[in-house]
Design a protein. Structure first.
Length: 274
């Protein structure tokens, strides 16, 4: 069997991986002005950098919103498309080895996919995600550069921005420690520093995602939440979700290659369906 190429085509960013006998090979991503340019740029760079010839490739599987712009075989290779939510589930399951989990795909917005063995079901989502982080940062910080936002946030103090339980009550509430957030941006004033604003935005986005994921699981026995997507690479991601683990008594897991899980899952749909 040849290499299976999985490609997650976004609006301007394409992520690509190779799957060779279930082994993930050299994931990478490319940014461009439009999805088609991004797709062809990523594919060309991938095969060039890895010394892969077209004859080595058995099939290309596309997923993501940008895949709708592609309606012909890629470089004449057998090319298929797959549902993005199915790819999320397969990629997260493969990366963690878990059979029961909730996939929290943090893209422009956030989608939730329930995985129970071979049953993979999209159960909803929220309009809060990377797009929210960038949009609010453009308005309030005059930048949408994620790395710059994270750097500013690392110097900020969340207690200057968020109203916490300890600000309104001198004793912990049931299941809510004193440092739990009572209101995002509830303490912000007109003199807030850009560093404090940055960490406030990061907390609001990630906390909203984690809380929504927890609420989405209440009618199930799932306690493992697998975080995928670009926001997993924020340095603040692990500590914020670790704090929510303690509060909700669940696990938030960031698997290897978390930002590439959808592309991995796309490639896996070929081997899964055989």
């Amino acid at each position: 069997m040849g290499i299976i190429i999985g490609i997650d085509v976004g609006g301007s960013t394409t992520k690509i991986v190779g799957l060779d006998h279930q082994e993930i090979k050299s994931p990478m991503f490319i940014k461009a002005a439009d999805p088609v340019t991004s797709l062809f740029g990523a594919f060309g760079k991938y095969i060039y950098d890895n010394g892969v010839s077209l004859s080595d490739i058995e099939k290309v599987i596309l997923t993501g919103v940008g895949s709708a712009y592609v309606d012909q075989p890629l470089y004449g290779l057998p090319t298929g498309k797959t549902n993005e939510f199915l790819a999320n589930g397969l990629g997260a399951r493969h990366s963690t080895g878990l059979e029961k989990l909730l996939v929290v795909s943090m893209g422009t917005g956030t989608s939730f996919v329930r995985v129970e063995g071979d049953k993979i079901q999209h159960i909803g989502g929220i309009g809060v995600g990377g797009g929210t982080l960038q949009g609010l940062s453009r308005l309030l910080l005059k930048t949408q550069d994620i790395h710059r936002i994270a750097e500013m946030g690392a110097k900020g103090d969340i207690t200057n921005i968020n109203l916490q339980i300890q600000d309104i009550c001198n004793k912990p509430l049931p299941d809510l420690p004193l440092d739990a957030t009572a209101s995002n941006f509830g303490k912000a004033d007109g003199n807030a520093s850009v560093e404090d604003i940055a960490i406030g935005i990061i907390h609001m986005v990630l906390q909203s995602i984690g809380q929504a994921a927890y609420l989405a699981s209440l009618n199930s026995t799932i306690t493992d939440f697998v975080l995928i997507g670009n926001l997993t690479q924020l340095p603040q991601c692990r500590p914020i979700f670790s704090r929510m683990e303690e509060m909700y008594r669940v696990r938030f897991i960031i698997p290897p290659h978390a930002e590439y899980c959808t592309a991995i899952g796309a490639a896996l749909t070929h081997t899964t369906n055989q």
